[in-house]
Design a protein around this ligand. Structure first.
Ligand SMILES: [Zn+2]
Length: 136
């Protein structure tokens, strides 16, 4: 498959669930460690989680779910942390962590520019949004 075909191909659902990549795992682990220290149990969930879906638009957004938990309930996902940062190329991005029924269910990274890339923000650039939900 050529690079062009790889870039334009729809992500195949047959490849899910898959393990988190090292980059995906360290990104979420960093966010929990730095911004959610009172919710350290999320690290255990993360360790047991797999990626169940990725966004098809080219951004790094992925859904995840703990393998030992029952399937995600139909209840709505809610944002429990919000932040922002900048990629190595200087693109500004927003970051949202979602939970469904108390479990990590999505890590969304959205580009403020028109074009989405697959790059995650540089860790040191990440800040908590002033409008991030208040932590218990
Ligand atoms: Zn996307």
């Amino acid at each position: 498959m050529s690079v062009l075909e790889m870039n334009t191909a729809e992500p195949s659902q047959a490849t899910f669930p898959r393990p988190l990549t090292e980059t995906e795992r360290s990104f979420v682990a960093f966010l929990i460690t730095k911004f959610l220290p009172t919710r350290n149990y999320l690290q255990e969930q993360l360790a047991d989680s797999v990626v169940t879906r990725i966004c098809g638009c080219g951004c790094p957004t992925f859904d995840l779910w703990e393998t030992c938990s029952p399937a995600p309930p139909a209840s709505e996902a809610r944002v429990f942390w919000q932040g922002y940062g900048e990629t190595a190329r200087g693109d500004s991005v927003g970051i949202l962590l979602f939970e469904t029924a108390g479990r990590l269910s999505c890590c969304e990274v959205f580009y403020n520019a028109d074009e989405s890339r697959a790059d995650l923000p540089v860790f040191e650039s990440i800040k908590e949004s002033p409008t991030s939900p208040v932590q218990p």
